[in-house]
Design a protein around this ligand. Structure first.
Ligand code: GA4
Length: 327
């Protein structure tokens, strides 16, 4: 594990912290142990030597920037996001806003080709191909990480997490975000929120961004309130985040990381997030191996559809998993 040292943000408290960087080409037992440790401590880590071909990423990035550089009226053909499609500033259904424009896509190939018609007038087929390839690659990487995680946790069935996002009916999403830079001086002097504080509801998130910073994670170990830790950008790594469902399945042993994105004063930030989710009808429960006398059951069983219903009825920053606590 390589430790990346971090420094200051103005405004909130901050703490210098070493975020885990895990080399996936290292010895399997070591990698799985490091993944577990990172997910327990931060719910967040970065991976290097991940095996994702450069072309797959650069083609996806090029397609995203081409879309965001279209005239507004063209982009709006792919919106509004209900919940999929193009959105600008408004996030979700309950009054959240950020300095961001985005495209939300379902990862199912037929949904991608349907949306592609609205997204790219010029070459919808090319757009679909690029997205499908990126999504397939992300799904593979997510499964690999989830299997290593299950091994590290000593679970009898190492496919217990990965199987959920591999199912044909999985509800995984791809989100393309564009954070334009600030233009006026006043804005440059203050911190501007691109995407407000939240945790991701799904099982796992694989986030890749260009070389512009902005991502911050909330240090879960902080005893003294909010401690935001800026994550230095690195276009060659993937940021991996534990989602709410993984926290529930591990009975709270792994933590879903709270994070946010700030806007850079000078440069455009482009990020691409793959959210690995189970099918809608899938039941989510704490795994029996994760329930012990020292760690009694923390969460009720619920379906992903029930969880989604709750998440869309709440604000972005709501701690929605609390609604599913066992009595
Ligand atoms: C956060 C993670 C993903 O970006 C997302 C977001 C979704 C949306 O933008 O429509 C939500 C948010 C996210 C959680 C609470 C609800 C739903 C906005 C919002 C206020 C696509 C997702 O799955 O949940």
């Amino acid at each position: 594990m390589v430790a990346a040292s971090l420094s200051s943000v103005h405004g909130d408290h901050f703490r210098s912290l070493a975020i885990p960087v895990i080399d996936l080409s290292c010895h399997r037992a070591l990698v799985s142990e490091l993944i577990v440790r990172a997910c327990e401590e931060f719910g967040f880590f970065r991976v290097i030597s991940h095996g994702v071909p450069h072309d797959v990423v650069s083609q996806m990035e090029a397609a995203a920037s081409e879309f965001f550089s279209l005239p507004v009226a063209e982009k709006q053909r792919a919106g509004p996001p209900n919940p999929l499609g193009y959105g600008s500033k408004a996030i979700g259904r309950n009054g959240d806003f950020g300095e961001v424009e985005y495209l939300l896509l379902h990862t199912n190939p037929s949904s991608i080709s349907q949306q592609a018609g609205m997204i790219s007038r010029k070459s919808p087929t090319d757009f679909s191909c690029v997205v499908n390839e990126y999504v397939e690659t992300m799904q593979k990487l997510a499964c690999k990480i989830l299997e290593l995680l299950a091994e590290g946790l000593g679970l009898g069935d190492c496919g217990v997490f990965s199987r959920l996002i591999r199912e044909r009916e999985n509800d995984s999403l791809l989100r393309l975000n564009h954070y334009p830079p600030c233009h006026n001086k006043e804005d440059m002097m203050s911190d501007r929120i691109g995407f407000g504080e939240h945790s991701d509801p799904q099982i796992i998130t694989l986030l890749r961004s260009n070389d512009v910073g902005g991502l911050q994670i909330l240090s879960p170990s902080s005893l003294d309130g909010a401690v935001w830790v800026p994550v230095p950008p690195d276009p060659n790594t993937f940021h991996i985040m534990v989602g709410d469902l993984l926290q529930a399945m591990t009975n709270g042993r792994l933590v879903s990381v709270r994070h946010r994105a700030m806007v850079d004063s000078y440069s455009s930030r482009l990020s691409m997030a793959y959210f690995g989710a189970p099918p809608l009808h899938e039941w989510i429960s704490p795994l029996p191996e994760m329930i012990t006398p020292q760690m009694p059951r923390c969460y009720k069983s619920f379906t992903w559809a029930e969880y989604k219903k709750a998440m869309y009825s709440l604000r972005l920053g709501h701690n929605r998993l609390d609604l599913f606590r066992a009595d």
